[in-house]
Design a protein around this ligand. Structure first.
Ligand SMILES: Nc1nc2c(ncn2[C@@H]2O[C@H](COP(=O)(O)OP(=O)(O)O)[C@@H](O)[C@H]2O)c(=O)[nH]1
Ligand SMILES: [Mg+2]
Length: 212
């Protein structure tokens, strides 16, 4: 049974308009695919609960509009993101080249330890492919990100990619908690030692300093 930890993880989908961000999100949260393209206005989000290593994680996924005119809004969301999914369309060379711009924005506006993955969507459109898997995986390597090719249409790798970035956020979060607990352990140990010393010596009023 899952432990009752309830962790909130904020993810952000970034990429050009039309690459399939909204479709990926709907496939992931509602198991649906709608072939029509209704442009996302501004920023929207959906939630899904995942269980990773027995920990219940509520994933809040922010879906952005790719158009330039919404970008002042989008940038405000970068700062709060813990994980970012960069998306391009494997049938659209330009959307792939734009990843550099999206990644540059994230470097500028998102917190330093944000976790990132690269996704080439529409992998079901093999006939229209313009970006090889090798190029995708090479770019991901350059940015030190994990790479997935997904299809919102067939559902291929959708759950895997969202789960992976969530697990990365959890790991980073766990490192923070472990560091904090380590610091607390050191502090308690020091206090215990000082107590021991104090009870042996003549002066019991030794001041306790924080080890953190
Ligand atoms: N064949 C195929 N079409 C897709 C896929 N994902 C999205 N689409 C289509 O691409 C268009 C744009 O999708 P949308 O999710 O609105 O893109 P967004 O602007 O990035 O949110 C729509 O017509 C979708 O049906 C996919 O994996 N495969
Ligand atoms: Mg959209």
């Amino acid at each position: 049974m899952a432990k009752q930890y309830d962790i909130l993880c904020r993810l952000l989908l970034l990429g050009d308009s039309g690459v399939g961000k909204t479709s990926m999100l709907r496939r992931f949260t509602d198991s649906e695919f709608d072939p029509s393209h209704i442009a996302t206005i501004g920023v929207d989000f959906k939630m899904k609960t995942l269980e990773i290593d027995g920990i219940k994680v509520r994933v809040q996924i922010w879906d952005t509009a790719g158009q330039e005119r919404y970008q002042t809004i989008t940038k405000q969301y970068y700062r709060r993101a813990q994980g970012i999914v960069f998306v391009y369309d494997i049938t659209d060379e330009q959307s792939f080249r734009h990843i550099e711009k999206w990644a540059g924005d994230v470097d500028q506006y998102a917190p330093g330890k944000v976790q990132k993955i690269l996704v080439g969507n529409k992998s079901d459109e093999e006939l229209g492919r313009r970006v090889t898997q090798e190029r995708g995986s090479k770019l991901a390597e350059t940015y030190e990100m994990e790479f997935f090719e997904t299809s919102a249409s067939t559902s291929s790798n959708i759950s895997e990619s969202f789960t992976h970035v969530t697990a990365l956020v959890l790991q980073a979060h766990k490192r923070d908690v472990d560091n904090l607990l380590g610091c607390l352990d050191d502090y308690l140990e020091k206090v215990a030692l000082e107590d021991e010393k104090g009870s042996q010596g003549p002066d019991n009023n030794t001041r306790r300093g924080c080890a953190c």
